[in-house]
Ligand binder design. Structure first.
Ligand code: GMT
Length: 375
């Protein structure tokens, strides 16, 4: 199949999933066209059946807001005509499903039919899309999609609760390429980051409010009172400055390392002992899955799709949002004894196998095939 993938090309989970999906589909013989405003961060290697088409939005001083959706839908039309794209798979409803629908209408006018598969990732539903300003457009775009998928059962429920949806929603969980997380380093270079007797705790996110970064730091503060430990904070975002101040206020600057955005997540997870994800809401929690695939147990909240990913008492522990004491105690329970830690590490790896891309990507292929058959 010739598939046009539209996504946010940044470090956010939806862009990562879209990119990894496109790369795997290309390995399975499909021709993939990424259509977005810059090259997706995880799209390092272009091959003969992976293409990237940049959407340019000409700056015009008359416009206070430059019309990205318009540029995107025109680009989609052009790319279909140029490359014979048969299907659009858009990740994130806003504005991608909306722009794809416009493109579909323009193409239909010329007798070209291109169905749309929309994948909902969470923030487009729970945080942004349900805002009254966007809700009618989001509802419309979802209902006009030819197939709709969501990354967890929990997100499906939220979507049906928040919007008047007339379509079936197929749950296709996020996935992981387990080979990429097989330790290929003979030495994780752990000593570069911490002393031999210290546990390494990691958090990776885009440092938005929803990630509850102060909770990450407070949990770590409690842990390091009980055992020697270092905290690796990976990512950039609006909460980072506040995090730096809190670390200073708590007097733990020598134990917290801010690593910024990284393309070497597997390297960082290789030397990590525990992953913290105390989010307010999380439709899936791809970062937790990536940690587990590297054998890193997860302390998370029990919100949204996280209980579908992290199994309480097996791959880590789940707590209520804001339950800092509980999360700290669970972390110490895992970290203070090496046998327990090793058991949780092995369990985390086992749990991640449920999301092996070899089982999940065919689910998308089946949806594409069934959707195309209807036209
Ligand atoms: O979590 C973020 O801030 C990024 C966001 C996104 O839109 O890319 O992630 C969402 O999609 C990911 C991939 O499906 C999920 O793993 C995340 O849980 C989800 N984030 C939220 O629901 C807050």
């Amino acid at each position: 199949m010739k598939i046009g993938i539209v996504c946010y090309p940044t470090f956010g989970g939806s862009g990562v999933v879209a990119t990894e999906l496109g790369l795997e589909l290309s390995k399975r013989g499909h021709e993939i066209h990424f259509i977005t405003y810059s090259q997706p961060v995880r799209l390092e290697l272009l091959s003969s059946n992976v293409h990237f088409h940049e959407v340019h939005v000409p700056e015009y001083p008359l416009f206070h807001y430059q019309p990205y959706e318009l540029a995107l839908s025109s680009k989609l039309v052009d790319m279909v005509k140029l490359h014979g794209i048969e299907l659009f798979h858009v990740h994130y409803a806003i504005p991608h499903a909306y722009a794809a629908y416009m493109a579909q209408q323009m193409l239909e006018d010329e007798g070209i039919i291109v169905p749309i598969v929309t994948t909902l990732h969470g923030t487009d539903i729970t945080l942004v899309g349900s805002h009254p300003f966007y809700k009618p457009a989001v509802t419309f775009s979802i209902n006009k999609s030819d197939a709709v998928t969501s990354v967890s059962e929990s997100l499906k429920k939220d979507t049906l609760r928040l919007f008047d949806i007339k379509k079936d929603i197929h749950v296709v969980p996020n996935f992981i390429d387990l080979d990429k997380h097989e330790p290929k380093f003979t030495d994780c270079q752990r000593l570069m980051m911490a002393d031999d007797n210290e546990r390494i705790i990691t958090h990776i996110s885009n440092f938005r409010e929803v990630k509850r970064i102060p909770d990450v730091i407070k949990i770590f503060y409690n842990i390091q009172k009980e055992l020697p430990a270092k905290l690796m904070l990976v990512g950039e975002g609006p909460e980072k400055e506040g995090a730096e101040l809190l670390v200073e206020e708590l007097g733990i600057t020598d134990r917290v390392i801010f690593l910024g955005n990284s393309n070497e997540i597997d390297r960082i997870l290789c030397f990590s002992d525990l992953f913290l994800l105390p989010s307010n809401t999380e439709s899936f929690g791809l970062a937790a899955l990536e940690a587990m695939a590297s054998g890193v147990p997860v302390i998370s909240t029990n919100t949204g799709g996280l209980p579908e990913v992290n199994e309480d008492g097996f791959s880590g522990y789940l707590s209520d949002v804001g339950a800092i004491k509980d999360m700290s105690a669970n972390a110490v329970k895992i970290l203070s004894d090496t046998n327990t830690l090793n058991k949780f590490k092995a369990n985390a790896k086992t749990q991640s196998q449920k999301f092996d891309l070899h089982n999940i990507v065919p689910m998308y292929e089946k949806i594409y095939e069934e959707t195309l058959k209807r036209f």
